[in-house]
Design a protein around this ligand. Structure first.
Ligand SMILES: Nc1ncnc2c1ncn2[C@@H]1O[C@H](COP(=O)(O)OP(=O)(O)OP(=O)(O)O)[C@@H](O)[C@H]1O
Ligand SMILES: [Mg+2]
Length: 318
C-alpha cells in the first residue's frame, strides 16, 4: 500500500528514440514499453508519428484516445496534423486578425504558430507539457517520426521561451494582442473566450516551458537513445544528429545498434554481410565511446506483436 503511494508520487521518467527513417525506432520503443511494463512499471507510450506505426507494431488498434494495451501498459497515437487542423478550425477567425500584428515584428513568430511544418512538433510538445506533471505513470515513452522531426521538437522549448518572453514585453505595450496569441497557442485553451491573457499567465507559460526544458535536459529524468544500423550512412547521420542534440544540451545516453546479422548464419550472403557489420560495429564503438551501446539482432520475422516485442526487449535490456 505504502509502496503504491510512493510509486505514484514519483516523477515520471521519459524515453526518446531518435534515428534515421526505418532503423527501428518504433520497434525499439514498443519493445522498451513492453519490457518496463513487464517489470511492473506503469508505462505510457505516445506516438507522434502520423503513420500510426505503433498500432502495427503492437498489432492492436490504438488511435487518438488513450488505450490500455496490457495491465501496466497504455498507448496513444496522436496525429499532429489532424490535431492542428481541428485546432486551426476553431481559431481561424482570429488568425485573420494577424495582419494587424504586422509591423510589430511578430510575423516570424506567427510562422511558428501558423502554417509552417513546425506545427507538428508544436503538437508533440503540447503532449509533452500535458504529461509533464503527470504522476500517473512511471515511464513515458515517445515514439517520434524520423530524426529531423525529433530534433525540431527538442528545440521548441528554446523557440517558445524567447517567443513568450517577447510576448510579455509586447503585452506591456499592447493590451489585447496577447489575448489573441493565447487563442493561437496550441497549449492554450481555445474554448476560453473573452478573458484577456494577463502578463501573469504569460509568465506562467514561460515557467512551464522552462520546467519542460529542465526535464528534457536532465539525464536523470529523460533518456535519449540513438537508434542506428551498422552501415556507414546511418553512422554518419547519427553522429551529426548527436552534435545537434549536444548543442541543445540534450544528454543522449545510449546508442542502439539494430539489425545485426546473428552469428553462425549458413548462407554466404549473410556471412559476408555480418563481416561488414562487425567492422561497422567496431567503428561505432570507437566513434561513440561515451555512450552505452545496446545491440539488437536482425530477426527472421518482422518485430511485430507481443511475442517478438518481448524477445527484442529481453535482448536489449535483459
Ligand atoms: N531487428 C529487427 N529484426 C527484424 N525486423 C526489424 C528489426 N528492426 C526493425 N525491423 C522491421 O523494420 C521495419 C521498420 O522498423 P520501425 O518501424 O521500427 O522503424 P522506424 O525507425 O520506426 O521507422 P520510421 O522512421 O518510418 O518511423 C519494421 O517492419 C520492423 O518490423
Ligand atoms: Mg517509427
Amino acid at each position: 500500500m505504502l509502496k503504491n503511494i510512493i510509486k505514484k508520487t514519483r516523477d515520471p521518467e521519459y524515453h526518446f528514440f531518435a534515428g534515421k527513417g526505418g532503423v527501428g525506432k518504433t520497434s525499439v520503443a514498443a519493445a522498451t514499453a513492453l519490457w518496463f511494463s513487464g517489470k511492473g512499471k506503469k508505462v505510457l507510450i505516445i506516438s507522434t508519428d502520423p503513420a500510426h506505426s505503433l498500432s502495427d507494431s503492437f498489432e492492436k488498434k490504438i488511435g487518438g484516445d488513450l488505450k490500455k494495451l496490457d495491465k501496466n501498459l497504455y498507448a496513444v497515437e496522436i496525429d499532429p496534423k489532424k490535431a492542428m487542423e481541428e485546432y486551426k478550425e476553431k481559431i481561424m477567425p482570429k488568425i485573420e486578425k494577424i495582419d494587424f500584428l504586422k509591423g510589430l515584428g511578430m510575423e516570424d513568430t506567427f510562422d511558428y504558430v501558423g502554417m509552417t511544418p513546425g506545427i507538428d512538433e508544436m503538437a508533440a510538445f503540447d503532449k509533452f507539457l500535458q504529461y509533464m506533471d503527470s504522476r500517473e505513470y512511471d515511464i513515458i515513452i515517445f515514439d517520434t517520426a524520423p530524426t529531423g522531426h525529433t530534433l525540431r521538437f527538442l528545440s521548441l522549448p528554446d523557440v517558445l521561451d524567447s517567443w513568450v518572453g517577447k510576448m510579455i514585453k509586447i503585452r506591456m505595450r499592447f493590451a489585447g494582442v496577447a489575448n489573441l496569441v493565447k487563442k493561437v497557442l496550441p497549449f492554450g485553451n481555445p474554448e476560453e473566450e473573452g478573458e484577456s491573457l494577463g502578463t501573469g499567465q504569460l509568465e506562467e507559460m514561460k515557467k512551464r516551458i522552462g520546467a519542460a526544458k529542465l526535464i528534457l535536459s536532465d539525464p536523470k529524468k529523460t533518456h535519449y537513445n540513438m537508434v542506428m544500423i551498422p552501415e556507414a550512412m546511418s553512422i554518419y547521420e547519427s553522429e551529426r544528429s548527436l552534435e545537434v542534440l549536444n548543442q541543445y544540451n540534450i544528454p543522449v545516453e545510449r546508442v542502439i545498434v539494430n539489425q545485426l546479422i546473428p552469428e553462425n548464419s549458413r548462407c554466404d550472403f549473410c556471412r559476408e554481410k555480418r563481416k561488414m557489420q562487425q567492422e561497422r560495429l567496431k567503428d561505432i564503438r570507437k566513434r561513440f565511446k561515451k555512450f552505452r551501446i545496446l545491440k539488437l539482432q536482425m530477426f527472421r520475422e518482422e518485430i511485430k506483436g507481443s511475442k517478438t516485442l518481448t524477445r527484442a526487449g529481453k535482448e536489449l535490456y535483459g
